[in-house]
Write a protein that binds this ligand. Structure first.
Ligand code: PHE
Length: 342
């Protein structure tokens, strides 16, 4: 009996030391200590021993059981710790591996100028609207008091969708004046930035698609003086305090009186240079007091309400602001050009 017990002790020790994982250990526990295990089987044979031998063998068997149990436990925590370590090692992130470089874009110069203008008007209580680029000729021309024979309505100037010239790509954001007056409650204070289209060949100063920002105010007692005051304020925000402007008489079918606004050339201070093409002034927008017929056409009583409107070209402002010499650079999306505005 003693030899059997000792042999079991040796064999189990060796196997426990060799066990490679927790599952193997569990198998060994069952093999030796389980109900049908080898040690249990030996204990069952105790009955055959003599009265002197029985307690001695019993003690030895118990000691071996105790040893086995603590050895199993020790090895189990050992293996568990090692498994954990292994797992952590597998999951570590090597922070020294070079990452994927994400190239951040930059704000397009057009958006820089647009955001400045929006901010200036929003701070004066204007809403910013958006509108359709595909428009009815009615909104783009007719209801803006533009007669059927007006040259701007020619097929050579305007992109039409229909033979009967009823639907077109808007040639001016002014079409949104009509939408705003139709849909909004009075008083109205809005600006409307957006794309417009004209049949122009591409060159350094022309593009068949460009951007305008329309402005419209309709309220009681609104005058040309308010228009001048507001636009002078805008110019000061864009170009700095003390920037000199002038208003020249002009003609638009939908405003009366109408004007164009010039800003004195920042480059030469009005003497005339390359930037202003010798003029000393740079034209930035068309404007005027909303024609009573236009108000009337939108159900607004011109005896009670009056308004003013303006439309400016965004490209021209951006070119001037960033000293860009060619309009095409604005649309070509050449990264080497755009990177300069970082
Ligand atoms: N829509 C005109 C243009 O494109 C500009 C303008 C807008 C003039 C509003 C007067 C009032 O030239």
């Amino acid at each position: 009996m003693k030899e059997q017990l000792e042999a079991l002790r040796e064999a189990s020790r060796a196997l426990i030391d060799e066990a490679v994982d927790v599952e193997a250990l569990e198998a060994l526990r069952v093999r030796y200590l389980g109900k049908k295990g080898e040690l249990t089987a030996l204990l069952k044979q105790m009955g055959k021993l003599s009265a002197e031998e029985r307690p001695v063998m019993g003690q030895l068997a118990n000691r071996i059981r105790g040893e086995l149990e603590s050895r199993l436990e020790e090895r189990r925590s050992d293996l568990a710790a090692r498994a954990q370590e292994e797992k952590l090692r597998e999951e570590t992130v090597d922070v020294t591996i070079p990452g994927n470089v994400t190239r951040l874009g930059v704000k397009h110069p057009m958006n820089t100028v647009l955001d400045e203008i929006k901010e200036a008007f929003v701070s004066m209580g204007f809403d910013v609207l958006d509108g359709p680029e595909v428009e009815y000729a009615d909104y783009n021309f007719t209801r803006l008091n533009t007669p059927a024979n007006h040259p701007a309505r020619e097929w050579t100037d305007t992109f039409y969708f229909e033979e009967d010239s009823s639907i077109l790509l808007r040639t001016q954001t002014s079409a949104m004046q009509i939408h705003a007056m139709e849909e909004r409650e009075l008083p109205i204070r809005v600006i409307i930035p957006g794309r417009v289209y004209r049949k122009d060949e591409v060159d350094a100063t022309h593009s068949p698609m460009f951007h305008q920002i329309e402005g419209l105010v309709v309220d009681r007692g609104v005058t040309m003086a308010d228009l001048k005051g507001t636009l002078n304020l805008l110019v000061e925000k864009l170009y700095g305090k003390g920037t000199v402007t002038r208003f020249r008489p002009h003609h638009f079918p939908f405003t009366e009186p109408s004007c164009e606004m010039d800003v004195q050339c920042h480059e030469c201070g009005g003497k005339g240079c390359r930037v202003c093409k010798g003029e000393g002034w740079i034209e930035i927008l068309g404007a005027g007091v909303v024609h009573p017929k236009v108000l009337e056409g939108c159900g607004i009583d011109p005896n009670v309400y009056s308004g003013w409107a303006f439309g400016m070209g965004l490209e021209r402002l951006a070119l001037r602001r960033f000293n860009i010499s060619d309009l095409r650079l604005i649309f070509e999306n050449d990264v080497r050009f755009l990177e300069q505005f970082r």
